[in-house]
Design a protein. Sequence first.
Length: 186
Amino acid sequence: MSTELSDKEIIRQYLKGDEQSLEILIKKYLKPIYSFVYKNIGDTVAAEDVTQEIFIKIWKNLKKFDQKKEFTPWLFQIAKNTSIDYLRKRKTIPFSKFENEKGQNVLTENLSDKSPNLLEILNDETTLTMVMQTLSPKDQKIIKLRHSDGLSFKEIANITQESINTIKSRYRRIIINLKNNPKIRE
């Protein structure tokens, strides 16, 4: 079988019972998916596990794939969702990991901000709804795209048709304003 076949042709052949077609599809997309996942997760071992999980999902759901659509966006959407799921489930790092050789914890000794963790707040649906009411429609869109949809700043910039630096600056300003918001500090 030639690797010059289109994704749709490879999928059709797999669905007709040709197991080698799935191997061709995996070989074709293994490196790009791993790179995508690693960029989002930043951990080689976890990226390997998540990449494997993605291809298991592809294998299980390939029969449900709408062949009228393009395969690559479907594949990368699964990769994005699986990466986000991993990050949501990932355990936090214990403070003991930040101790130096003298047993001093650099983080706890230097933390001065006693405000709530904004990432936790923005990932909590109830609090997020309350916070969103205090923002302008433009700011609401950025927070929604970033935290509810899990998009990167580059993706948000493309959607809003603004520069990535504008989006990053606006996002930082929103976060600073939220940290100073007395409703959130309660």
